[in-house]
Design a protein around this ligand. Structure first.
Ligand SMILES: *Cc1c(COP(=O)(O)O)cnc(C)c1O
Length: 358
């Protein structure tokens, strides 16, 4: 008799799958989604366009016309190339797969607390993960980073710009010091929240031979279609392209991204509303007793409260789902993370928070 316990890796057996709570009927403020959908006329146009597609055919493995449009829209330097992924999550896995050298101790390094997929990708591809704690205000501990880079010579360094779950936009001078010191590493700058930070390293990718920039359409309103992209010099992109599953982005996703590029102003306007709401919400929550809001450059707020578990439970009782990140890292003790949403949903949240934080 064959049982999974005999076949599956012991570290996989010991894992739990990524928890996604059921949000049916709840105000969903846990996953940094954009609360706005496409305006109806645009949704109808998109529907008509998707109806034309040949779903019986495989997608183009590297849709060059779409990649060219994306490069143009995102002001990618001419000498750089773009790799599409089934979400940035897939790109993070591909990078780990391409860099793992079993037996030689290849490492991935990132500040912590940070995005869980960096350490997860290391674990699954058998690289060692080195987490370098941030300062208590969630700024980069540059000297600790530089020491760790020198001591570990990591293959890959992830810098989320801005960082999740803290919302911190790391200082450019600090980033540059790390990039220059890490001249034997690839530095991946993860710009998942670029529309909310309005800062980018894209124009600088061609300035360094060890920097690539990662983007996603998830946080700007298209989390459902799963598209991430990696921008870098062809020498890097062509290697990662070799480990990409041949048809990793599907025809519906490719056509939807093409449509998005025709209507970027819609997504920009939604992001502008969310940035304004972020400022309003920061201000309002800061005035509540026992709440400390950390400055955020993302579409979410990290808030320290007196008792995160109680706040989470009481908000859930008011049909509002947030994320309790307290147990992710000691630096996040009693912290919750809240996605910035529409004025209506933010008002619901504030009203509920006022009842809890008394
Ligand atoms: C949400 C997020 C991503 C996005 O991943 P997708 O797979 O593209 O949805 C990437 N990096 C960070 C830091 C994030 O917070």
């Amino acid at each position: 008799m064959t049982i999974p316990q005999d076949i599956i890796r012991s570290d996989v057996l010991a894992m739990t799958s990524y928890p996604v709570p059921n949000a049916t009927g709840l105000i969903k403020l846990d996953a940094m989604e954009n609360p706005y959908t496409l305006p109806k006329p645009l949704a109808e146009q998109l529907g008509a366009r998707l109806a034309q597609l040949a779903l019986n055919r495989y997608p183009l493995p590297r849709p060059s016309a779409l990649i060219d449009r994306l490069k143009c829209a995102m002001q990618v330097p001419d000498n750089c190339d773009v790799l599409l992924g089934n979400g940035s999550d897939e790109l993070i896995s591909l990078i780990a797969t391409a860099c793992a050298k079993p037996g030689t101790g290849a490492k991935i390094l990132a500040p912590v607390p940070g995005f869980v997929m960096y350490s997860m990708s290391a674990k699954l591809a058998h690289l060692e993960f080195i987490g370098v704690p941030l300062n208590i205000d969630f700024t980069l501990d540059v000297s600790a980073m530089l020491e760790a880079v020198a001591a570990h010579q990591p293959a890959i360094i992830y810098l989320a710009y801005p960082n999740n779950p803290t919302g911190t936009l790391f200082d450019d001078t600090d980033l540059e010091r790390i990039v220059r010191a890490a001249n034997r590493s690839l530095v991946v700058i993860d710009e998942a929240y670029q529309l909310f930070a309005q800062r980018s390293w894209i124009s600088r990718v061609s300035e360094f031979d060890n920097v690539v920039v990662m983007r996603t359409v998830s946080k700007l309103g298209l989390a459902g279609i799963r598209l991430g992209y990696l921008i870098g010099l062809p020498a890097w992109i062509s290697e990662f392209n070799k480990v990409r599953p041949p048809y990793n982005t599907n025809v519906l996703t490719q056509a939807t991204v093409d449509f998005m590029l025709d209507h970027l102003e819609v997504f920009d306007a939604q992001a502008a509303k969310l940035r304004a709401e972020r400022a309003r919400l920061t201000d309002a929550i800061s005035k509540l007793p026992g709440a400390h809001v950390f400055p955020s450059s993302g579409n979410f707020l990290l808030v320290r409260v007196l008792n995160a578990a109680t706040v989470f439970d009481e908000l859930l009782g008011a049909w509002i789902l947030i994320k309790n990140v307290s147990r992710m890292h000691p630096l996040l003790a009693e912290c919750i993370r809240i996605t910035v949403s529409t004025p209506y949903e933010n008002a619901q949240l504030l009203a509920a928070l006022k009842n809890v934080l008394v």
